[in-house]
Write a protein that binds this ligand. Sequence first.
Ligand SMILES: NC(=O)c1ccc[n+]([C@@H]2O[C@H](COP(=O)([O-])OP(=O)(O)OC[C@H]3O[C@@H](n4cnc5c(N)ncnc54)[C@H](OP(=O)(O)O)[C@@H]3O)[C@@H](O)[C@H]2O)c1
Length: 322
Amino acid sequence: MKAIVYTQYGPPEVAQLKEMPIPQPKDNEVLVKVHASTVNRTDSGFRSAEYFVSRFWSGLLRPKLPILGCEFAGVVEQIGKDVTAFNIGDKVFGFNDKTFGGHAEYLCMPQDQGIAVMPQNFDFNEAAAIAEGAHYALVDIRAAKVQAGQEVLVYGATGAIGSAAVQLLKHFGARITAVCNTQNVDLVKRLGADVVIDYQTQDFTQTNTLFHFIFDAVGKSSYRQCKPLLTEKGIYISTELGKRGVNILLALTTPLWGGKKLLFPIPTITQEDVVFLKELAENGSFKPVIDRSYPMADIVEAYRYVESGQKTGNVVLEIVQH
Ligand SMILES: NC(=O)c1ccc[n+]([C@@H]2O[C@H](COP(=O)([O-])OP(=O)(O)OC[C@H]3O[C@@H](n4cnc5c(N)ncnc54)[C@H](OP(=O)(O)O)[C@@H]3O)[C@@H](O)[C@H]2O)c1
């Protein structure tokens, strides 16, 4: 099968299109013929090993698993003998940041860890982009215990995480103020923001609103900058570690004082989360924003674009071009 393979950590060029053997499903696994995947910041993070800590999972000196791609959508082609949840021919999608494998024509997935039947109204490209940004957003929204009617600010509302966060917060009934650039103001309003602050013309820190939760989905703000905008027990979460990893230190110390605090939840995803996102997709509450797509042969270009920090929503990797 064709696969994007990396055998060393480094820049986008370490990812190369190669022939690899088709994986064989274990007893509790399904073999998926992948139609679409995404190229995202999780893939970039593991490939570059920019944060050394990722190597504790992926291999200290070189990658243990040669194929990235944590998201996928495709068709079940074979099932292990213990599989009861899926049948051959089912259209499925999901997320796997333990063994990855979506950047290939075939991947094996355990039947009970982050895989579900595709939303009926979605094509493969849309289904492939459901889980990465949305599950990070979901973990953080749950950690902040957002209730209907609460004021929430989403900084960087147009990344994969931010664009999912706005839609999920809308679903949970929050009142959303979203920060983005001029050209994305209409998009963010369509996603559900009640108030939009264009960071190119306005300074978001000058708003008069106080927020129960400030979610920096692109890691460009700081707790210090946002603290005055929080309610008495308001919560700040960023998707990045902050300057010199300060967010880890603040996550350990600020909850001790009982007032405003910074949290740094560890991202997790369950089968139930994937099914939950599928249901939101089917009832029209969530649709991943897709910026553009690339064929497998253009993987290096795709990574470069993702790492420009300027993608809007998700970048799809078309394994089968429809
Ligand atoms: N290491 C990992 O495993 C990992 C995994 C997932 C995510 N993350 C981190 O999570 C963050 C979000 O990732 P993502 O994929 O959702 O999005 P992303 O690709 O990092 O962000 C793209 C968006 O960021 C916005 N942006 C860029 N500069 C901005 C600024 N100065 N102020 C406000 N917005 C700005 C842009 O929106 P505008 O066009 O509106 O400017 C663009 O839509 C990233 O920092 C990423 O590194 C890390």
